[in-house]
Design a binder for this molecule. Structure first.
Ligand code: GDP
Length: 198
């Protein structure tokens, strides 16, 4: 994959719109404002492909992007925004249930958390959705540029502990702003797609 050919395919607001075909899916999840759009744009080397910095939590839908005709990037709706109406939270849960009810298409789950803070209860819930599928999983600890060097290892350990990660799950210190460890995340994605096809 060289990420040269990136196509927005569709946005699904209900279970009927969820795209599932023979191609592997790389799934991005994270709370509102964690930098999920920025991480996706950084991976794709695009400035504004995934929408950055809109009103958080307004749009409960799943976006599907086709990458090099080989795999989908799946952008799950952000969660955890306090001001979201209860009906939207219920819709979020319903959409997640639909998406994860048929999870054999997931080649890799990418859970993005804020490296500055202990993961939230919603992050733990999201992590458990991934764990239930038994798909490969990596954690992206974003906004690492906002941490002091001396804080890094403690914060990464807290993330690992709070999410109760097995040793096989990598926690990647990442900065969508600076591009820190973009190459590490790229190779995780490429390996996952390769393994899927093998
Ligand atoms: P989303 O709601 O999760 O899609 O988050 P966005 O990608 O819209 O980013 C939310 C805000 O965080 C924006 O102001 C971004 O510029 C900022 N941001 C995203 N990633 C980073 C990062 O790695 N470092 C810093 N310092 N800011 C970031």
């Amino acid at each position: 994959m060289n990420f040269h050919n990136v196509e927005f395919i569709k946005s699904a607001a209900a279970s009927a719109g969820i795209l599932q075909d023979e191609l592997p899916q790389i799934v991005f999840a994270g709370k509102s404002n964690v930098g999920k759009s920025s991480v996706i744009n950084k991976v794709l080397n695009r400035k504004n492909f995934a929408r950055v910095g809109g009103t958080p939590g307004k749009t409960v839908h799943i976006n599907f992007f086709l990458i090099d005709k080989t795999a989908y990037f799946v952008d799950l709706p952000g969660y955890g925004y306090a001001k979201v109406a209860k009906t939207e939270k219920t819709r979020w849960r319903g959409l997640m249930e639909s998406y994860f009810s048929s999870a054999e298409h997931i080649a890799l789950g990418i859970l993005i958390v804020d490296s500055r803070h202990k993961p939230t209860q919603d992050d733990v819930t999201m992590c458990n959705w991934f764990k239930q599928t038994l798909c490969p999983l990596v954690i992206v600890a974003n906004k690492i540029d906002k941490l002091k060097k001396s804080e890094e290892s403690g914060n990464l350990a807290l993330i690992r502990e709070t999410l109760e990660l097995g040793d096989e799950v990598k926690v990647i210190p990442f900065s969508a702003e600076k591009g820190t460890n973009r190459d590490v995340l790229l190779s995780e994605i490429e390996n996952a797609v390769k393994n899927w096809y093998n």
